[in-house]
Every structure is written in structure tokens, then in C-alpha cells.
Design a protein around this ligand. Sequence first.
Ligand SMILES: [Fe+2]
Length: 215
Amino acid sequence: MRTSTRTTTTYLFTRRAERDRAPYGEPMRGTTPREIDPAGAQAMLSELFDAGADRLAHSLGVGRRAEHVARALDRPQLLVTAAYLHDVGYAAAARDTGLHQLDGARYLRSVGAGPELTSLVAHHTSATVEAGERGLDTTLCQEFPAPPGELLDLLTYCDITTSARGETVSVDERFAHIYDRYPPGHLVWRSMQHAEPGLRQVVARIERRLERVAR
Ligand SMILES: [Fe+2]
């Protein structure tokens, strides 16, 4: 872990993580779930991803998008924190099963994040579809019960309307990029094909809500 950019927030976060770390798959004992705020989430990202990496740019872009959505629709900070951290499962420190939603949720749980945050990360952007492809759907749902649908949809909306480099894009552009990145037939490509109709419905629903409040 790089120490030059370590902030007080992440230092405390890391110290606690080192003390309380539990093996993946087991709930921590004797600790109180911690609330991570958006600033702490951003500091954590800078520890987990290299500066300039696409994953970092995308995560920051999704977080900024969620800040806008949370303000416009009067939704809680939890949405913003989850948006910044939704892809931590891609970080080397978190990668394990290859299902990034599950790996991210487990990583966050291992450093003390509470169930509201971990369940959002675990289920974002139709995670159960790819989990089914990987034979991990039962594991995912047993370890992390589904979060409130409305917040999950808002998080998924922010993800699906933010490019790999963090810019706001249309849902068509986003799917085009995803299908471009993975070869046809790849597990992620197949999962996206299955999930696409439902994801488009989520985006259309949220866009209607945002249009209504913007009038
Ligand atoms: Fe994402």
C-alpha cells in the first residue's frame, strides 16, 4: 500500500481494518459496523487504485453522478458512498472470486462497512445475472441480502450512465463500450446481454424521475 497519499481518514480506516480483519465469508465479531462517508470513500479509492487508472476515473465519475442524483431526488449520502465504492471489487486488494460485486462487498465488510453499504455494492448493476453465470448466485444472496430496490436502481443508473473514464454518457454509448471491451461470448458479455433489457428499464425510470424534478 502506498503511504505517501495516505490521509488521516484512510489511516484510521486501515488501522481498524488491520485490527478487525476477518476471513472472507465470515462476519466480523465484536465490532460495530462503520459508516463510511463520501470523503472517506474517495480516500479509500485513491489507496486501492493507481492514479490515472480507468477504474479510478470511472468510480469517481459514478460518485459525482450519484452526488447530483442524491441532491436532485433528496436521497441519502449512503447512495453517494456506495457509488464511489461500487467497483472496489476490481482492486487487487479485493479480487478473489472474479465476481467484482461480491469481492467488493466482502472487502468492504472485512474493513468494517455495514450491511446497508455492502448490500448495495454486492447487488449493483444486475449482479445476480453474472453471479448465476459464475455459479455464485446463492453465495451472493446468502451473504448479502438484496438492498432496498430504489437505492439499488439509483446506484445502477449512475453506473450505467458513466463511461469507463468517468464521463456522463447515454445508455447506448455505455453498452456499446461494454460490448467493445469483452469479446462476444465472454462471460461478462453474455451477462450484459441478459441484463440489458432490465438495465434499460431502470435507466428510463430514473431519467423520467429526474426530468420531473428538473421541470
Ligand atoms: Fe461501475
